[in-house]
Structures are given as structure tokens and as C-alpha cells.
Write a protein that binds this ligand. Structure first.
Ligand SMILES: C[S@@+](CC[C@H](N)C(=O)[O-])C[C@H]1O[C@@H](n2cnc3c(N)ncnc32)[C@H](O)[C@@H]1O
Length: 459
């Protein structure tokens, strides 16, 4: 591993909640980076760490290594700007057809009743996935579409209403399957005139797993396997199914919740304070990451969690309240100092309910609110705080620039980590002798987990 890779790994693995314990600004960043960031205002730090923006009003020299990281973070990541034009989609799939006949406006073809029930984000995803499946049918032979982890089945309903294929869904959560069936019946009765022609999706309640040898429906006539926001190891299971079953000719996959890969078993401190996030597929043989042989290093839980951040939304969201985040990190530091002598080691990363640290909330009141579920910690924390003799407002003010620099750098490299995880999946499919590409399909502002893996069996 080289120095740059080390820094990326270290930054990605740095929990912001441990900022005052680990001191990453001083520990990880070269001195010239520290001086550069300290010379910038808060807005300029955010602007500099956003490769899609051109930093303005920068009179001071910019450290070369930092500039290189900024360029690499964007050039080595899958583009965030989605493939919007039908002709671009066709050319990605290496299909020489005219786009206008192939890409009717699907927003028109979906029934008004169906659209009314679906949130804008989901509708956008469905319309784009319909386009991709339509393209895929020009490249690969399949009469069936099987959506795994289908939720309440909006996508499968839309496919069955728009394309001449048989549609099946497999979803582990029985309640969601039952809700999907109810929605099917509702639409069936709403679409009175089409009722005779609409063939409802076939829905199965089952948790797929390689060990359980899930039977894929429709295998006699070719299958396109679909997984949308297939969280954690489900994506890896779907990929393995694609490589294993000869009748699955095509795969369309969007991952999410990368931190849950390998059952999220490497989450720090969870052994003390919580259970394994996903208890399924903890078997070593079905670990979901890394998949390909070529990968020499892999990302930690914290780094994989970072890969789920979306700059476009994070910066505008409540999570970006910097005072709130500094309060949380300060509380962590104090909790650790208060419990350092405990037999089992200090208390770390307790799950807290969020308390909004509005501009006028005092840190003392914040602590009271946050520690309500842990009354035994209140006195030790208060004692430690008073022994530290901190002027909180001054502390927050003095910490903001370095805290923001680390946070902004982490968000800058987040797409790089997601791309590495996606590339690992693409490489695994290619290593198995099939063709695979990845590209952004959704508008990242509408739906941030927007990278589509499309794979085909070579005919
Ligand atoms: C993030 S949701 C996505 C739902 C839907 N595809 C969408 O895009 O709205 C993931 C879904 O996968 C289901 N799921 C997770 N693991 C599964 C498994 N091994 N087999 C089948 N379904 C699974 C969950 O119950 C959940 O409904």
C-alpha cells in the first residue's frame, strides 16, 4: 500500500465522533495541508473539497499532494452525473439502433394511478430502469425479469405494465410481499379496461441465499435479474447468482448500505453495544466483500459507511450541522475520559438519539438530553467536564476549521470508495468470463445510490 492509499484509507476510516480522541487533523494531514486549511474560511474549505466546484478567492499556494488527491478523488470515481440521453445509454451498451423509437417516454406509459402512488424518487428510478431493461433486451435474450429484494413491488408492477416480459419478485420480508400483493389487486381493479390484459407479477416471500439454493423463476426462457438498492451482502448474493445460473442472461444491479457487507461484522465496538447489523449470511463462504481476486486491500466498516454518503444531499442536510457534530464528538471524548478505568475498557460509540444542538443550546443541556438513556454516565461525565474547565463556545469556535477540514476531505473521497466497491463487483463478473459495465443512471440529487452495474452473459 503506498502513502496516498494509506492516507485515503485512514481518512475514510476516521469516525468524526472520535475527532477529539484521535486528533486526525494533526495526526494524518501533512503540516502544509494543516496550514492551508487553517488559512481558509469555512465556506472555502467546503468549496475546495468539492471537486465539482472551482475554488474562488484562493490567493495562497495549494499543497501539491492535496491538489492531486482532489483531482484523483474525482477522476478515479465513477462520474456522479447520470447518463441521461437515450442515445448515450445505447452507445454504452454498444447497440446500434436509433434511439427515438426505442426510448418512448415511459413517464407517459405508466398509468396515472400507478404514478400517483409512487414517490418522486422511486418514479425517477423506475423510469430509468425501464429504459435500461429495454436496452438490455436488445443485447440479451430473456423473457423473464426477476426482481430480488423487491420491497413493495413498485418496480415490478411498472415493468409488468410496460414491457412484454413475465415478471417475478422475491422479497424476504413477508409483510412487504403481502403489501405488494394488496397493491397489485388495487391496481388491477383501478385499471378496469386493462384488467384482462395485465398479468400481475408473481410474488414470492423468501430470503435468497446461496446456501439455500433459491430457485430462480422463469429459468427456462432466460432471465434478467434485477436488484435495486440491494443492501449489503444481498448485492453480492445476486451477483453470485448471476454467475452461477446459466439461464440468467442479464443483470441490472444497484447496491447500497455498503457498511453492511460481510454482515457488518467489523463494526467497531458493536460487540459491546449492539448486535451484528445483519445476522444472515455470516458464513465465511458467503462474505460479500471483496469479491474479486485482484483486490489486495479492503475498506473498513467506517469507510464503507462513508461510501454511502452523498455529497449532494449531505451538505444540505441536518447531518451537516457542524456545531451538532462537534458537540457529539466532544461528548464522546468526555465519555471516554470518564470511563477509561472501567474493567472492560472505556465506553465507546454508544447509540444516542439525536438531540438538535441549535445555536442557543448549552452543552450542559445537550449532555442531559443525550444521556437520558444512560443515567449512570451523567455524574461521571459532568465531573469530567468540569475538571476540563472548557469554555465551550470558544472550544467549538477553535475546533470548527480543523473538524470541517477532515469532514470535507472524507466527503470528497466518499465517491472514490463507492467506486472501488463497485469496481470490485464488476471485476468479479468479468473474471467469471462475462461482460459488465458500471455507470450512473439516476440523477444523483434525486437518488444518490445511482450507480448501475449491467452485466451480460457472452452469447
Ligand atoms: C433497501 S430495500 C430496497 C427495496 C426495493 N428494491 C426498492 O428499491 O425500493 C432492500 C430490500 O431487500 C430485502 N432483502 C434483504 N435481504 C434479502 C434477501 N436475502 N432476500 C430477499 N430479500 C432481501 C429487504 O427486505 C428490503 O425490502
Amino acid at each position: 500500500m503506498n502513502q496516498g492509499e494509506n492516507l485515503v484509507q485512514a481518512l475514510a476510516s476516521q469516525y468524526m465522533v472520535d475527532f477529539f480522541i484521535d486528533r486526525p487533523f494533526e495526526r494524518l494531514l501533512p503540516r502544509c495541508w494543516q496550514e492551508f486549511f487553517s488559512s481558509l474560511g469555512n465556506e472555502s474549505i467546503i468549496e475546495f473539497c468539492d471537486p465539482s466546484r472551482t475554488p474562488s478567492h484562493l490567493n495562497q499556494p495549494q499543497p501539491l499532494g492535496l491538489l492531486a488527491l482532489r483531482v484523483l478523488a474525482s477522476s478515479l470515481s465513477t462520474a456522479r452525473v447520470h447518463v441521461g440521453r437515450p442515445e448515450d445509454l445505447l452507445s454504452l451498451f454498444e447497440i446500434n439502433e436509433k434511439s427515438d423509437e426505442l426510448m418512448p417516454d415511459f413517464s407517459l406509459s405508466l398509468s396515472i394511478e400507478l404514478k400517483r402512488k409512487i414517490k418522486a424518487k422511486k418514479l425517477h428510478e423506475i423510469e430509468r430502469i425501464l429504459e435500461v431493461i429495454r436496452c438490455a433486451r436488445l443485447k440479451s435474450q430473456f423473457e423473464n425479469v426477476v426482481d430480488i429484494g423487491a420491497g413493495v413491488g413498485h418496480l415490478t408492477r411498472a415493468i409488468s405494465m410496460s414491457l412484454p416480459v413475465r415478471v417475478h419478485s422475491i422479497e424476504g420480508n413477508e409483510k412487504l410481499v403481502s403489501a405488494a400483493r394488496k397493491l397489485d389487486s388495487k391496481f388491477s381493479s383501478l385499471l378496469v379496461s386493462d384488467e384482462s390484459t395485465w398479468i400481475k407479477p408473481e410474488r414470492k416471500a423468501e430470503y435468497v441465499s446461496l446456501n439455500a439454493e433459491t430457485k430462480i423463476p422463469g429459468e427456462d426462457a432466460g432471465v434478467c435479474l434485477v436488484g435495486v438498492h440491494a443492501c449489503g451482502d444481498l448485492s453480492s448474493t445476486i451477483i453470485r447468482m448471476f454467475t452461477k445460473h446459466p439461464q440468467i442472461t442479464c443483470l441490472i444491479l444497484f447496491g447500497c448500505c455498503y457498511h453492511k457487507l460481510n454482515a457488518g461484522a467489523d463494526k467497531l465496538y458493536q460487540q459491546k453495544w449492539g448486535k451484528c447489523a445483519e445476522t444472515m449470511d455470516c458464513n465465511i463462504e458467503t462474505l460479500g466483500y471483496p469479491l474479486s481476486n485482484g483486490l489486495t486491500s479492503s475498506f473498513t466498516y467506517a469507510a464503507r459507511e462513508l461510501a454511502c454518503y452523498a455529497r449532494e444531499q449531505y451538505m444540505a442536510s441536518e447531518d451537516f450541522d457542524i456545531r451538532q457534530q462537534i458537540f457529539r464528538a466532544l461528548l464522546e471524548w468526555i465519555v471516554v475520559r470518564s470511563t477509561i478505568d472501567q474493567l472492560n475498557g472505556p465506553v465507546r460509540h454508544l447509540p444516542f438519539h439525536g438531540v438538535s444542538a441549535s445555536a442557543n443550546l448549552e452543552f450542559g443541556s445537550y449532555i442531559h438530553e443525550m444521556l437520558k438513556p444512560y443515567p449512570e454516565l451523567l455524574e461521571p461525565v459532568k465531573n469530567t467536564l468540569s475538571s476540563m474547565d472548557l469554555d465551550i463556545d470558544d472550544f467549538v469556535k477553535r475546533s470548527t476549521s480543523s473538524f470541517l477540514s477532515i469532514l470535507a476531505l472524507r466527503i470528497m473521497i466518499a465517491p472514490l470508495i463507492e467506486s472501488c466497491i463497485v469496481d470490485d463487483r464488476v471485476q468479479y463478473i468479468r473474471d467469471a468470463g462475462h461482460s459488465a459495465i458500471s455507470f450512473p443512471l439516476f440523477n444523483s440529487v434525486v437518488s444518490p445510490r445511482n450507480i448501475c452495474i449491467a452485466a451480460f452473459k457472452k452469447l
